[in-house]
Design a protein around this ligand. Structure first.
Ligand SMILES: [Zn+2]
Length: 127
């Protein structure tokens, strides 16, 4: 019975896994440089996020412009930059739509002009 020929791979041919390995290394490198990226996966953050979206389901920046738009992103008012306390502070979060988060907020952060907001009293998120 004929069998399919074995694939021949020249020793000098590039390995298939090279680019996948490289991506993995790149991710690992990014995690090492920004370990807080993983904080977004943690239950504590997911609770804060869910609570903020439940409390403020609309984008606060759209509301300020008189527009009603559902929020999709929970943003840190003061950029946490790896500061655990700022990251996990419910009072430091706000609901934004993707447009405001990606365009306006990042532009403001890049310019260093982050909007200041009166903090609400800290609420216990351990429910
Ligand atoms: Zn918005």
């Amino acid at each position: 019975m004929p069998t399919a020929p074995k694939t021949f791979k020249a020793p000098w041919a590039p390995r298939q896994a090279v680019s996948a390995d490289r991506n993995k290394d790149h991710d690992k490198d990014r995690r090492k440089r920004h370990p807080w990226r993983n904080w977004y996966k943690l239950v504590a953050w997911k609770r804060i996020r869910a609570r903020r979206l439940a409390a403020d389901p609309l984008c606060v920046m759209c509301l300020a412009d008189g527009v009603t738009k559902a929020a999709e992103i929970v943003d840190h008012v003061v950029p946490h930059k790896g500061d655990r306390e700022l990251f996990y502070s419910y009072a430091n979060t706000q609901s934004l739509c993707a447009t405001h988060h990606n365009r306006d907020k990042q532009r403001m952060e890049a310019r260093g002009e982050v909007q200041s907001r009166t903090f609400e009293p800290e609420i216990d998120v351990s429910f």
